[in-house]
Design a protein around this ligand. Structure first.
Ligand code: NAG
Ligand code: NAG
Ligand code: NAG
Ligand code: NAG
Ligand code: NAG
Ligand code: NAG
Length: 367
């Protein structure tokens, strides 16, 4: 009992030992994106669609309290911060609302539900997003904060040269919301140039502001999520990948986005030869786990959410994680899928390892 208390104290109160301190080339991390990287902005906005993340079981595994993260614990950005011996990034909206928050080692601008394209594009089509804090709004926040981080151009250049910029993952919501409102995969394909254009404009803008090292993740295999498997279920067996149980057509679509993004990043590398633009293959890292879940300590079989309201994938649109009628599994570390759309801490940890030392970034994050 006493040992347990001490362990909890150590976990919560001491700075984490930098696992890769010898590689600590970064003194700060700045992150933009959506719910896969939001560390607490969404609950600090006026938006109300996704209130469930404000309470347990969200956060139950690591922080033992809800932090606004869409998982039971840490996210990829948290594991990357740990790897470079840096603190967990404070959410920008906590910084904006309180002078006590330390920002020198980085800030997180990501907001759950955010899109890469401006939200007005979707509202014009009567598609209601969960937030209007799209990528361009997050970039505006970064510009606002810049004068508090550094003043002269030389000082900013020196500081940003030692910073890592995570641009995403972003774009999944640009596809999910239209798909859930009935748009076909063919219609989604027409959005890809716009989504990738918004991402590459963000990368260019950050480089113009002084960023040198940028990591730009692609999409995850969203056709493997319990939400997609439930909402887009098919009686036709050939709709499913027989190795993973994932929806082939949706995964092929998200791969199409990734290939388009990779091409555009190559163009940016030619345009900005001094910058180090890394593509992060979230899809490949996650798919490796879906193909051999047991190897990573997960249950095998068809993907299933840890926290949900029943059904073959434990995803029920009328009882989602955090709502009445939904319950969380006993051991989230045995599940990849946390709430039907986001991953468990355990899955995010494996994906992060794929980025930090597993060869799923090109060029590599550590070199
Ligand atoms: C847990 O989170 C709630 C709301 O986010 C907050 O009011 C409370 O103080 C937190 N508790 C602890 C022990 O951190
Ligand atoms: C998106 O909104 C920003 C303001 O937040 C604006 O400056 C920009 O021009 C808009 N982009 C597009 C493509 O409409
Ligand atoms: C986003 O903006 C639209 C148009 O101004 C508004 O109707 C909607 O309520 C806003 N959504 C959120 C989540 O704030
Ligand atoms: C099942 O899907 C495949 C392609 O995914 C298609 O060729 C076939 O016609 C479909 N079968 C039925 C019965 O709809
Ligand atoms: C899985 O599907 C592929 C085609 O997509 C087929 O070639 C293979 O035989 C199938 N494997 C099993 C075990 O059904
Ligand atoms: C989904 O949740 C509703 C409300 O809790 C419940 O009535 C229904 O039986 C659930 N569906 C499944 C498939 O579990």
């Amino acid at each position: 009992m006493k040992a347990m208390k001490i362990l909890v104290f150590f976990l919560c109160c001491l700075p984490l030992k930098p696992a890769l301190s010898r590689h600590s080339r970064y003194h700060a991390i700045f992150s933009l994106g959506d719910s896969h990287s939001d560390t607490g902005n969404y609950p600090r906005t006026e938006a109300v669609a996704f209130q469930v993340i404000k309470s347990l079981p969200y956060g139950e595994t690591f922080f033992r309290n809800a932090t606004g993260r869409c998982s039971d614990g840490r996210l990829i950005v948290d594991f990357i911060a740990e790897a470079f011996g840096l603190p967990y990034l404070p959410p920008y909206l906590a910084v904006a609302k309180g002078p006590h928050v330390r920002i020198r080692k980085g800030v997180n601008f990501a907001v759950a539900g955010a899109s890469a394209i401006n939200s007005s594009f979707f509202s014009a089509q009567k598609i209601a997003l969960w937030t209007n804090d799209s990528l361009s709004v997050q970039l505006g926040w970064f510009k606002n904060l810049k004068s508090s981080l550094c003043t002269t151009e030389q000082e900013c250049d020196e500081y940003f040269k030692k910073s890592l910029f995570l641009v995403g993952e972003i774009g999944e919501n640009d596809y999910n919301f239209p798909a859930l409102s009935g748009q076909s995969i063919k219609q989604l394909r027409a959005l890809v140039p716009l989504v990738v254009g918004a991402i590459t404009r963000a990368v260019s803008m950050l480089i113009e502001e002084g960023a040198v090292d940028l990591m730009v993740p692609g999409q995850l295999p969203v056709g493997c999520t319990s939400m997609f498997l439930t909402v887009f279920q098919s009686a036709n067996e050939s709709a499913y990948d027989n190795r993973t149980g994932c929806l082939k057509a949706y995964d092929a679509f998200f791969k199409y986005h990734n290939n388009y993004l990779k091409q555009e990043l190559q163009n940016l590398r030619e345009q900005y030869p001094h910058a180090r633009i890394m593509y992060a293959d979230y899809y490949g890292a996650a798919m490796t786990i879906y193909r051999s879940p047991k190897h990573y300590g997960f249950y095998g079989g068809t993907p299933r959410a840890c926290c949900g309201g029943g059904g073959p994938h434990n995803f029920n649109t009328t009882a989602v994680c955090g709502q009445t009628g939904a319950t969380a599994c006993k051991d989230p570390s045995a599940f990849m899928d946390w709430d039907g759309i986001h991953f468990t801490e355990s899955a995010y940890h494996h994906i992060a390892k794929g980025m930090i030392n597993g060869g799923f970034t090109s060029p590599p994050l550590l070199s």
